[in-house]
Design a protein around this ligand. Structure first.
Ligand SMILES: [Zn+2]
Length: 337
């Protein structure tokens, strides 16, 4: 493998925002590239990109030589098992039910195989003829050579893009294409090496996992969010894993987010109302308790009053008796006189 086999090019503007100015960030040796990898940061949008870089043809040549997914049967089965978790997590995080999935850069089809096992209808896009043929042969899924070759008018509920976006010279354009391929309530899920962990990649001796010749642009959660927004998306979720050093982002059309925000508002209102109801019920219970104790007091008063009335009646009877006696005596007196 000689350096001359990989054509390089220089660019005079940021691949994301076209700003012409950038500052030098770092230089790393790269076994496939005699000149190494030189990183610059755009002064317009802060994205970090390679310049000079492999031309598109150079990237394809390099990737065709990659044997990173050349697994034996046991490793293949393990690769599918490993990706089951990714799909399960996506289902949980996005509330998506298994429908249609498009894996862009599907490689040997392991993620699609994991999705199919969970009930998804799989389709893949793979530029590498070798990988696409391997995926078709192994799993029999429809695998297309590029986005333009997908069936006309077909939309997808879940589009996955695993370790693909960092290989693109023009990510915004491709993400705009994915936007048009997504159903209104669909989700786009992306994973890339997280540039925020550049130092940690170096510390672990994994410099080539991130600073390889075929990664023209590097992303943090912030810059990938910006790139997705340029393509029309709104980000639902992003995570930078300190364990794997990957950045994972889920995005959707703003309409889906508006719907889920509306649902969240309704949910919040419902919770507020339930809370008020609980307070009201607590108040109600307190009032009932007070009422009960007042009733009890009134009954005691009534009982006391009853006793007093009886006594009063008794007094009245005695008074009557006394009065009657006196009247009788007076009458007798009158009779005698
Ligand atoms: Zn820029």
């Amino acid at each position: 493998m000689t350096t001359q086999a990989f054509p390089i090019e220089s660019i005079n503007a940021c691949p994301i925002c076209q700003h012409p100015e950038a500052r030098f960030v770092a230089h790393y040796p790269e076994p496939h590239l005699e000149i190494g990898v030189t990183l610059n940061q755009c002064l317009g949008c802060s994205v970090v990109y390679q310049n000079p870089r492999l031309s598109l043809a150079g990237i394809h040549m390099l990737e065709d030589q990659s044997d990173v997914y050349d697994y034996d049967a046991e490793q293949q089965a393990q690769a599918v098992d490993d990706r089951d978790e990714i799909i399960a997590w996506l289902e949980t995080m996005t509330n998506l039910k298994p429908r249609s999935i498009l894996d862009v850069g599907c490689n040997r089809g392991y993620l699609l195989a994991a999705a199919a096992r969970r009930g998804w209808r799989p389709s893949g896009v793979e530029l590498s003829l070798v990988s696409a043929a391997a995926a078709r042969e192994r799993f029999g899924f429809p695998i297309y050579p590029n986005l333009e070759a997908l069936p006309e008018g077909q939309l997808y509920d879940l589009i996955t893009c695993w370790h693909v976006v960092e290989h693109l010279h023009q990510p915004v354009q491709m993400l705009q294409q994915l936007y048009d391929l997504l159903t209104p309530d669909g989700v786009l899920a992306i994973q890339v090496p997280a540039y925020s962990f550049a130092d940690e990649y170096l510390r672990r001796g994994h410099s080539l996992h991130i600073f390889c010749a075929s990664h023209p642009v590097h992303y943090t959660a912030e810059t990938l969010t910006m790139v997705l927004e340029k393509a029309g998306f709104e980000v639902l979720y992003s995570d930078e894993s300190t364990e794997y050093l990957f950045l994972t982002i889920y995005a959707a059309k703003p309409s889906r987010n508006a719907q889920s925000r509306h649902n969240a508002e309704l949910q919040a209102q419902l919770e507020q109302t339930s809370q008020k109801l609980a307070w009201f019920e607590a108040d109600h219970a307190e009032i009932a308790k007070q009422l009960q104790s007042m009733n009890h007091y009134i009954r005691r008063l009534e009982a006391t009053l009853e006793v007093k009335n009886q006594y009063l009646e008794h007094l009245e009877q005695r008074l009557n008796a006394v009065n009657n006696g006196r009247a009788m005596r007076m009458l007798n007196k009158l009779k005698r006189s």
